[in-house]
Design a protein around this ligand. Structure first.
Ligand code: SAH
Length: 464
């Protein structure tokens, strides 16, 4: 990591003046930033070219004079000419931090892109080198922070003394503050004007139980790329004390949690079941019972082949609060990767997500239904038995010419595509790439873009 040439800090300007030399667009931009503070903002220019009327600034319509910098905390020079030169010299003589717009070499400080949740401020700076990048990063951060965060931060500040007297343990205090600023109930109450009452109730609960009630969030992690997570999933991951994840969730996604969060892999990789489902259920109940906020992170969508049903039943039985956060399921990631419309007018009026596992298992009764459905099929857990799956469907009357597309590592940078027909799949033992796979079957599959796919056989449906 490189070293910084600037030191980010929060500079006190309350009760002081921020002086801006210039009356054009550049001056207006700086004024917009400056009026976010409680400082008195003064514009000095013989005449104005930009419209400052919407801003609470003091307009001094004349040339610069040295006394303009009396009591100034910061000076912006946002024009060129004799006034600018005089103001620069005066600021330097008085040691007042100076920013000369668009002349980085003359600046004592730069203005960062600001995310304003007063009293909480987040500043993004590129040391003047890449303001566009800084603004881009700001937009991303804006998206994940509740607009009410500032009000909740003020609320937290106003409760400080009460919290100190009611909760002694440092960890327990941290849990309270965290609960306060992330609680949807308090946020709603704050909007309705009763935030303080809600915050008090939360504090009373924490003081009594030493930590507030635990909760389990069943979170869909999506197919395995960080940017296919929902904003809500990301936010809750940041709030969790413990992250309990499956082996299919890649490390990059797990690492989006808080750095000090405990991480438990219940590694249900195919072949080695390190935790039984009963053990996972018990683990979740125990952790939440200890007052922890548990993120139960599952690949794709938690409600699709995620054993969420069993976990939810266990949580209900134990009286533990839970919430489900949806995720992008693998079959839909596969559809997106290949631009395959799983429903398509006049071709496929529906989409079935089904397990392929147990193709040889007599317990699975759905083959006849799947073969005769006339809908697009998204088959999970079928890679190692792909030929058997195709054989089963053919046996139950599906056409050998039905298009099939297989996506290994859907939604990830290293995805691999295979395309062909049901007949070809049944009669080939294919060597697939490593990783989880979804098998898409149906006429609509031919409407996708499988141009990069390896062919299962000569009778590929590939339409170039
Ligand atoms: N809840 C998950 C499914 C879990 S079951 C979801 O909604 O996607 C595990 C199966 O999901 C795997 O056997 C495979 O069929 C599929 N799967 C999970 N991630 C995948 C990925 N990135 N690409 C392709 N298939 C995937």
């Amino acid at each position: 990591m490189g070293h910084l040439n600037t030191f980010p800090l929060s500079f006190k300007v309350q009760g002081r003046r921020i002086v801006i030399i210039g009356g054009a667009e550049e001056a207006l931009n700086k004024a917009r930033l400056a009026v976010k503070t409680t400082a008195q903002v003064v514009i000095i220019a013989p005449h104005l070219e930009a419209d400052f009327s919407a801003l609470p600034v003091e307009l001094v319509l004349r040339h610069f004079q040295a006394s303009d910098l009396d009591g100034a905390a910061l000076v912006f020079v946002a024009e060129e000419g004799p006034d600018a030169i005089a103001a620069q010299a005066e600021a330097r003589a008085r040691n007042i931090p100076l920013n000369v717009v668009d002349v980085p070499g003359q600046c004592d400080f730069y203005t960062p892109a600001i995310i304003d949740r007063a009293p909480l401020t987040i500043a993004v700076s590129s040391e003047g080198a890449a303001p566009v990048l800084a603004r881009l990063v700001r937009a991303r951060i804006e998206a994940v922070l509740s607009p009410q965060l500032g009000r909740l931060a003020s609320l937290a500040g106003s409760l400080r003394h009460r919290v100190e007297s009611l909760i002694e343990d440092g960890d327990a205090r941290r849990r309270f503050y965290q609960a306060l600023v992330t609680s949807p109930e308090v946020e709603r109450a704050e909007l309705a004007g009763s935030g303080e009452t809600a915050a008090w109730a939360l504090l009373a609960q924490h003081a009594q139980t030493g930590g507030g009630a635990g909760v389990v969030w069943l979170i869909g992690a999506g197919p395995g790329s960080e940017d296919l997570l929902t904003l809500r999933a990301q936010r809750l991951l940041q709030d969790a004390d413990v992250i309990v994840h499956d082996q299919l969730v890649p490390d990059v996604v797990v690492q989006m949690g808080r750095r000090d969060a405990e991480q438990i892999s219940v590694g249900k990789a195919k072949g080695h079941h390190s935790f039984s489902q009963a053990q996972i259920n018990t683990l979740l109940v125990r952790l939440a019972g200890e007052g922890k906020r548990v993120a139960r992170l599952k690949s794709g969508d938690p409600m699709v082949f995620g054993r969420a049903g069993e976990e939810i039943a266990a949580l209900r039985k134990a009286g533990i609060a839970y919430q489900v956060v949806p995720g992008v399921s693998a079959a839909l990631a596969a559809a997106a990767d290949t631009a395959t419309p799983v429903t398509l007018r006049k071709v496929s009026s529906g989409f079935i997500m089904a397990t392929a596992h147990g193709a040889e298992d007599t317990e699975l009764q759905h083959w006849a239904l799947l073969a005769g459905a006339g809908l697009t099929l998204g088959l999970y857990m079928g890679k190692s038995i792909a030929a058997d799956v195709a054989a089963r469907l053919l046996e139950h009357g599906a056409s050998a010419t039905l298009p099939v597309g297989i996506v290994v590592n859907a939604g990830r940078a290293n995805r691999s595509l295979y395309s062909g027909t049901l007949g070809a799949l049944a009669s080939n033992q294919l060597d697939f790439a490593d990783g989880p796979a979804v098998i898409l079957v149906g006429e609509a599959v031919a409407a996708g873009d499988w141009a990069d796919a390896a062919q299962m056989a000569a009778q590929s449906f590939k339409v170039a």
